[in-house]
Ligand binder design. Structure first.
Ligand SMILES: CC(C)(COP(=O)(O)OP(=O)(O)OC[C@H]1O[C@@H](n2cnc3c(N)ncnc32)[C@H](O)[C@@H]1OP(=O)(O)O)[C@@H](O)C(=O)NCCC(=O)NCCS
Length: 160
């Protein structure tokens, strides 16, 4: 177990979640409701943030999300989530959604999403979190892109 502020590797908190699309998840066209996918995305990303910080977390921001291809009843939905960037108390998690037809094996990348979480102390205030150890070129690129994204988000919030 890491001590509270000891930096962690991206791979130590990454999450992969697989779900089967059931009738309750779908609309009359037998494709998935957007809200069901959003809920799976939020859940996978929150687990990443909890695993990184070892604290309770809340979602504070969800970036624009678009659905590029329909996901059908019976498809498998693979959600890959990992931490991209950490601030003082907040974390940016990147999520990739892949739909797979289990009978043909054909898979499609349907959504990419970015969510921000804040770690909370025992009375619900933001608490400082550990740093991030970047091991691969992709992790370094995502960290820089995440930093740019968070700075742009802060600028945008100041304007409101
Ligand atoms: C999380 C919460 C306690 C933070 O309170 P706050 O007064 O905004 O705290 P701060 O201003 O100190 O910000 C804390 C961190 O969150 C980040 N943050 C705050 N609002 C943000 C937003 N809209 N988007 C992205 N990041 C945000 C800040 O940049 C800061 O990050 P840093 O410490 O890494 O620099 C408060 O916003 C809250 O309770 N929100 C509701 C969360 C919730 O219930 N979510 C469930 C879904 S409805």
């Amino acid at each position: 177990m890491n001590t509270p502020l000891e930096a962690k590797k991206v791979s130590e908190s990454a999450v992969e979640m697989r779900s089967l699309v059931m009738p309750n998840d779908t609309n009359p066209q037998n494709t998935i409701f957007g809200g069901v996918v959003m809920s799976w995305i939020d859940m996978a990303a929150a687990m990443v943030a909890e695993r990184h910080s070892n604290r309770p977390v809340v979602t504070v921001h969800v970036d624009d999300m678009s659905f590029k291809a329909p996901i059908k009843i019976g498809d498998h939905v693979l959600i890959k989530a990992s931490i991209n960037y950490v601030g003082k108390t907040s974390m940016l998690v990147g999520v990739k959604v892949i739909a797979e037809n289990p009978f043909t094996g054909i898979s499609r990348h349907t959504t990419t999403a970015y969510l921000s979480f804040v770690a909370l102390d025992d009375i619900g205030r933001p608490i400082q979190i550990r740093g991030l150890i970047l091991e691969t070129e992709a992790e370094k690129r995502r960290f820089q892109e995440g930093k740019n994204r968070v700075e742009a988000m802060k600028k945008n919030n100041l304007k409101k």
